[in-house]
Design a protein around this ligand. Structure first.
Ligand code: ADP
Ligand code: GLC
Length: 486
């Protein structure tokens, strides 16, 4: 099948979180399964990197979008290590900014242009997509554009659209006044009417109304978002679409996240030989200038530092635990100032136990995954979450809140049977997190002798689970094929 895949971020070109990982690994898996994939994304300045070959394909494309005359160019590169073309929309006025997102005054325009331009790219390339696979609100106008502005073009006559929701906490909702800026004012009746009347226009909402199929990134999240409590205002529409809503667990990129061949690690390891993991722990502690002890567990946390990630529990619980128990805590993350400030203060208060780095650092993320003994992910909600799967693969036992994809990927460890892969708390409160960390530390025990053996068994339970994309991609292909069977 021909698949036009549109995303606002694609690793390694641009990534703020898991969307970037998925938008790289899923197309790779689809291509490996024999499909013809073309990716479209914005040309942010960070896409240019030494040694990356990027060529100009078409200069000075002009588009009328509502009252705007937009001029952009199309560049092309390949997804590294593949033949998958990546079309880059070059429009400096919109994308030459330090960050990927968050430019309030014209955010809707930045991504409106991406949506229109993606379909222009298909036209220029004479790429007739069987599937337009669009991700999150930033690409959510495409299903409607295909039915309206681009409907005249027979190139799209067969195109079915699939919208993947990675996080309904971000809906791209603006004042109804942006309608003209989307270039779809003549299709006003096709937007959510109650929303427009209430003075709002949601990009994600519009995508939910018009995509031929909707997927989200774990089966549990697919259920959660249909409830009033967790639907963030979209639950009604999602319930109405439940017949065409599928939860498909994300996979992990086994080339990128694989302890047997990870280029960021000083030594490889696997479930059958974990000795390299100890070398990674020693290297991690050395790099962070923290004292290293084999029998003192290190808890890692790599995350966007935002409300979603349940950091309020960390704020309430970890200072107390750090005073009372023997472990170290390593945090890598950027985000809200209040959390950054908390971790900075924590590191000052426990200089031998805590390290905090407020940076986005891919290599360091890998070293923490490999060198830590446990991984903390107490998210309030988590559509899928990738870090807990990376952790499992790296023998780094996850401590998680039972929600969304975390509930689908981490099974509570049971000492009697020896089954389970991590520590899971059900109630999102201080007590829950406190209990789970305490449990993990108690199973770790002295970290020696029989305790060590028990820990090794727990690590191994998670390391070889079939979390790779090659085990998942078939679910997407089923969705695509079902759409074409009608
Ligand atoms: P989300 O997409 O909600 O941020 P995921 O767990 O799906 O959560 O994906 C997060 C991805 O972003 C992982 O690949 C993780 O390693 C990466 N990441 C998050 N923060 C950082 C950081 N500060 N440095 C490096 N990688 C990070
Ligand atoms: C979102 C979610 C995360 C998910 C990622 C990739 O950012 O917060 O849970 O893993 O998208 O689908």
């Amino acid at each position: 099948m021909k698949i036009l895949f549109v995303s606002s971020e694609v690793a390694p070109f641009a990534k703020s979180g898991g969307l970037g990982d998925v938008s790289s690994a899923l197309p790779r898996a689809l291509a490996a399964a024999g499909h013809d994939v073309r990716i479209v994304m914005p040309f942010y300045p960070r896409v240019r990197a030494p040694g990356r070959h990027i060529s100009l394909v078409r200069q000075h494309v002009e588009m009328r979008i509502g009252p705007h005359r937009v001029v952009f160019s199309i560049f092309e590169t390949k997804l590294p290590g593949t033949d998958i073309p990546v079309s880059l929309i070059h429009c400096p006025g919109l994308y030459d900014r330090p960050g990927l997102y968050g430019y309030k005054h014209d955010e809707h325009l930045r991504f409106t242009v991406l949506n229109w331009a993606a379909l222009k790219v298909a036209q220029f390339a004479q790429f007739a997509p069987d599937i337009a696979h669009v991700n999150d609100w930033q690409a959510s106008l495409i299903p409607l554009l295909i039915k309206t502005h681009f409907a005249w073009d027979r190139l799209f006559a067969r195109t079915k659209s699939v919208l993947t929701l990675h996080n309904i906490g971000h809906q791209g909702t603006f004042g109804a006044g942006v309608l003209v800026d989307t270039g779809l004012a003549d299709s006003a009746h096709l937007f959510h009417q109650d929303e427009l009347r209430a003075g709002r226009l949601g990009f994600l909402m519009t995508g939910l109304l018009h995509a031929d199929h909707v997927t989200t990134v774990s089966p549990t999240y697919a259920k959660e978002i249909q409830t009033r409590e967790q639907g963030v205002g979209l639950d009604g529409v999602l319930r109405a679409r439940r017949g065409s809503l599928t939860g498909i667990l994300n996979g992990i990129d086994e080339d990128e996240w694989n302890p047997t061949k990870d280029v960021h690690l000083p030594m490889a390891f696997s479930s059958s030989d974990l000795s390299g993991k100890e070398t990674c722990k020693r290297a991690l502690m050395g790099a962070l200038r923290l004292p290293y002890a084999e029998n003192v567990p290190v808890i890692g946390l790599v995350s966007r530092l935002v409300w979603q990630k349940g950091l309020d529990l960390v704020v309430n619980v970890m200072p107390h635990l750090l005073r009372a128990a023997k472990f170290q805590f390593v945090i890598l993350g950027k985000g809200e100032p209040r959390y950054e400030e908390f971790f900075r203060t924590l590191a000052r208060a426990f200089p031998n136990k805590v390290h905090f780095d407020s940076a986005f650092n891919e290599a360091k993320a890998h070293l923490i995954e490999a060198g830590a003994d446990m991984f903390l992910m107490p998210s309030r909600y988590e559509p899928c979450g990738l870090n807990q799967m990376y952790s499992l693969r790296y023998g780094t036992v996850p401590i998680v809140h039972k929600t969304g994809g975390l509930a689908d990927t981490v099974w509570p460890f049971d000492e009697k049977s020896g089954h389970g892969t991590g520590f899971v708390f059900e109630h999102f409160d201080d007590h829950g997190l406190h209990w789970a960390v305490r449990r993990a530390l108690s199973v770790w025990g002295t970290g020696m002798g029989a305790h060590r053996e028990r820990w090794r068994a727990l690590q191994r339970n998670g390391m070889d689970l079939p979390f790779g994309w090659r085990h998942r991609v078939g679910r997407y292909v089923e969705v695509y094929e079902r759409l074409h069977r009608g």
